[in-house]
Write a protein that binds this ligand. Sequence first.
Ligand SMILES: Cc1cn([C@H]2C[C@H](O)[C@@H](COP(=O)(O)OP(=O)(O)OP(=O)(O)O)O2)c(=O)[nH]c1=O
Length: 196
Amino acid sequence: MNKIILASASPRRKELLKQIGMEYEVIPSEREEKTTKSLPCEIVQELSYQKAEEVCSLLTKRGEAGFAVIGADTVVSFMDTVMGKPKSREEACEMLGRLQGNVHQVYTGVTICVKEKDEPAVFHTFYEKTDVSMYAMNSEEIGSYVESGEPMDKAGSYAIQGGCAAYIQSICGDYNNVVGLPIGRLYQEMKTRNLL
Ligand SMILES: Cc1cn([C@H]2C[C@H](O)[C@@H](COP(=O)(O)OP(=O)(O)OP(=O)(O)O)O2)c(=O)[nH]c1=O
């Protein structure tokens, strides 16, 4: 069995792996997120690859092998705009002002990087998309939600699993994908590759 390493500082991703009983260690990737892509499905796949690759290189330099590193990245896409985490409260208000009353897409890209002894690392990358429909929010509601601080480390400036649940009308696709990790798909992909 391979050792599983989660290349993420996200508490939600840790929680989802724990939820299905997966044993893992955490080594967060510290690389700045920089993409060369423009389509959301390509952005999240590229960034998840970078996160997994960084941690895989680190472990390989230490002489380790026999592990699988999981990297993930989540963005929100609305019309032609791709939204990551807001840089300020003003930007959070602006993102929510656009998303409220509309349907947007959440994309999470995942890379599994497998490194066996005396073999080159093998990368497997995929993504999931979930459509999210939001009820209208007025400016007071947006203001007080942003004041709560919850949006500041979330793509698109909201947490479906938090206070923003009050404004979620429906979703189409995997709920956990919105929270930051399509855990069912990840489990199946790992099972297929005998990584569990
Ligand atoms: C839309 C949405 C996003 N999010 C989170 C998931 C991700 O943690 C975050 C998007 O940021 P990411 O850059 O994908 O991840 P991260 O910086 O939190 O962690 P790391 O790079 O170390 O893996 O937004 C929610 O928790 N709930 C939601 O409803």
